[in-house]
Design a protein around this ligand. Structure first.
Ligand code: ADP
Length: 660
């Protein structure tokens, strides 16, 4: 759609703008290639742009984003992203689709791409900045695109296994199903794959003595194990786990070992007890026995891991495996190796912008999925088995309010760390055909939002309120920390950390903290200072109180004092400039409940019977985490049960498939 404007007068205005009276936005535009010939008003009666190539900048989630825009007199010829610091994986749809949409539709009235609104806006701002000084009519670039009506013809597809959702659970299910010889279709409703998994700041929990050998066990950790062994068993599973742990720990002590002890039985007990015995021990048993195999599975497809293990926030033990940042973000390492493998498989197709809406049932057997594409075209996928891996419902306010029993409110004023696609569709679809749901009222708030935190090990951070005081032991359970955080002034607090965990502006886990200092991150904010006094001034906290809090904490680190709040995880003192504060507040982070499954991931109905042909895995299910999920257990959960779902679904499908 070309635009022509008879406006010699506009061209004069335009040339005078180029001569110097630019607004702040206009000042960001830099002509990078002079027009071949300066157009003269008499020669060019119609012109929307002064032809040439121009640069502009906008501000994304990671900081400055720079574009180059090439125009002729009447149209935008190309938009190229020159520099960006957006989160790998998360921002990719915006980086690919927004520039193309601008050129294709010759407009800046492009809707932000769901799930990457910061990057979308940054690109549109940057192009606006580039063109404003050289465009005679910016209003003309604000005409919305007229959408062609979508075809109403139903797309019909068929496959052995259809997977709903392309997060960690869905892609691991697809991978195992393809490996087993099944054909697979993955449906993803968002414009990009990855779900919450690609945004994960957490790590993967698995007992891994090889990696834990480099960590010395503390007296407090020994006491923790003794406390777990002394707890009253709730059922036969727990009694058996304690018996196994007791034998393992006795052998460890008899050998005079000093490294950090761990085993699947300790992981099981911590998961069950940490979830207040609400989780299903039969599922927890399978979960912890297979967690380390999840690490090995990802490694097989190309994931690389940092040395050693840490305790993710809320993990309660140092068994969290942190991926290396081979793709630029932590979460991308959980997704891209599987994506790359699946994209090479002839028998696998991944469809983005395909929203599953209903399960298709035939005589009580699940035989496929129906839905609608983002363009509005209906589709049906017939399959021999169906895997629901559509994630949780943290971003669905209505569902949160429907099931919440434990928080004062989870209405629209309570934010979420989740991506906008986390709306519980899998649970809704399963409920519609009679599946049973478990633990739906258990909704986890993290004490902190997702945008300003370093996502580094908790050992080197403290939480202080607006009065400059700690209010909780930071290695506590997330629900306890969130409940305490909600009681602080304005339900807001600051994570305080320092140069021990932020090196050259980047956190241990690769978060580029310095690039976000001072930005409004949906109400969260990162502050940086050379001294604690300056930091206190910046965040508006009394300096004396903050200094005393840090001094008291440092005394606990060197063992000269005990923490009155009962913290047991420490690493280094907070004493190395630069000092940082992340202002944050509690948000809905994870939904522990969901579809009931058995250890093979078959979906159960209200009477405990298997619904044939239907499997589920990941956050869409309930059973593992009970009332409280340990940090780092969700990533382990999605790969353990995603893999089992793929194996089970493929076995079922191949047993039904007609012989070739
Ligand atoms: P998990 O950690 O359990 O794998 P994720 O949130 O990482 O969960 O992934 C779930 C994926 O499912 C997300 O990418 C989400 O957009 C997708 N999804 C949710 N609902 C639907 C639906 N109705 N149709 C297709 N995909 C869906």
């Amino acid at each position: 759609m070309k635009r022509f404007f008879a406006a010699a007068v506009c061209l004069c205005m335009l040339l005078s703008l180029l001569a110097g009276c630019a607004s702040p936005a206009q000042q960001q535009a830099i002509p990078t290639a002079a027009p071949e010939e300066t157009p003269q008003p008499s020669e060019a009666p119609t012109a929307l742009f002064v032809p040439g190539t121009y640069e502009g900048t906008g501000t994304g989630f990671g900081g400055e984003l720079k574009v180059s825009v090439e125009v002729d007199e009447a149209s935008i010829l190309s938009v190229t992203i020159l520099e960006n610091r957006e989160t790998a994986g998360v921002a990719d749809p915006a980086l690919e689709k927004i520039p193309a949409a601008i050129v294709e539709n010759q407009t800046l009235a492009i809707d932000a791409i769901s799930g990457c609104t910061f990057a979308s806006k940054a690109i549109l701002d940057a192009v606006t900045a580039a063109l404003t000084p050289v465009c005679s009519d910016m209003n003309a670039l604000q005409e919305a695109v007229k959408q062609d009506a979508a075809s109403s013809e139903t797309i019909e597809l068929s496959t052995d296994v259809v997977v709903i959702g392309a997060g960690g659970a869905g892609l691991s299910a697809a991978t195992e199903a393809v490996e087993a010889g099944a054909s697979v279709i993955v449906l993803e409703k968002m414009p990009a794959i990855g779900g919450n998994t690609i945004r994960a700041g957490s790590a993967l929990n698995a007992a891994d003595p090889e990696r834990q050998k480099s960590i010395e066990m503390t007296d407090l950790e020994r006491e923790t194990i003794k406390g777990i062994l002394a707890a009253e068993p709730r059922d036969d599973y727990m009694a058996q786990w304690q018996k196994t742990l007791s034998e393992e720990f006795s052998a460890y002590e008899a050998a005079g070992s000093t490294y950090l002890f761990d085993s699947p039985s300790l992981h099981k007990l911590q998961t069950y007890m940490g979830g207040d015995y609400v989780g299903n021990p039969e599922i927890i048993d399978v979960f912890c026995d297979n967690a380390l195999a999840g690490v090995e599975f990802l490694s097989k497809y190309g994931a690389l891991w940092q040395d050693g293990v840490t305790a993710a926030m809320g993990a309660t033990w140092k068994r969290s495996h942190n991926p290396q940042l081979i793709y630029g973000s932590k979460g991308a390492t959980f997704i891209y190796p599987l994506r790359d493998f699946l994209e090479r498989q002839e028998d696998c197709q991944i469809f983005v912008d395909h929203k599953a809406e209903h399960l298709i049932m035939d005589n009580g057997v699940c035989t496929g999925v129906s839905g609608t594409t983002t363009d509005g075209q209906p589709f049906v996928v017939s399959a021999l088995s169906v895997v629901i891996a559509a994630g949780g419902f943290s971003a669905n306010v209505e569902m949160r309010e429907q099931y919440n029993k434990h928080w004062a409110t989870l209405n629209e004023n309570v934010g979420t760390s989740n991506h906008p696609g986390a709306t519980g569709d899998g649970i809704t679809m399963a409920l519609e055909i009679g599946a049973n749901l478990v633990g739906m009222e258990w909704i986890q708030l993290t004490p902190w939002g997702s945008k300003a935190i370093p996502q580094a090990a908790i050992d080197n951070q403290i939480f202080v309120n607006k009065e400059g005081e700690r209010f909780i032991n930071e290695d506590n359970r997330r629900d306890v920390m969130a409940a305490e955080a909600l009681k602080q002034t304005d339900s807001t607090f600051f994570l305080i950390y320092d140069g021990h965990i932020i090196v050259d502006g980047v956190s241990q886990t690769g978060n580029k903290m310095d690039e976000r200092v001072g930005q409004d991150l949906d109400g969260e904010m990162i502050y940086k200072a050379d001294t604690l006094e300056d930091l206190a001034t910046q965040i508006g906290v009394p300096y004396e109180a903050l200094q005393k809090t840090v001094d008291d904490f440092n005394a606990c680190v060197d063992g000269s004092a005990a923490d009155p709040l009962g913290r047991s995880l420490y690493d280094q003192k907070i004493d190395k400039a630069p000092f940082y504060a992340s202002k944050t507040f509690p948000v809905v982070h994870h939904t522990m409940g969901g579809i009931e499954i058995n250890p093979s991931t078959e979906v159960l109905d209200g009477a405990g019977n298997v619904i044939p042909g239907l499997y589920a895995a990941g956050e869409t299910t309930g059973g593992v985490h009970g009332s409280n999920r340990l940090g780092g257990n969700a990533i382990a959960d999605i790969f353990v049960f995603g893999r089992i779902a793929g194996q089970s679904a493929a076995a079922q499908a191949l047993s039904l498939a007609p012989a070739a």
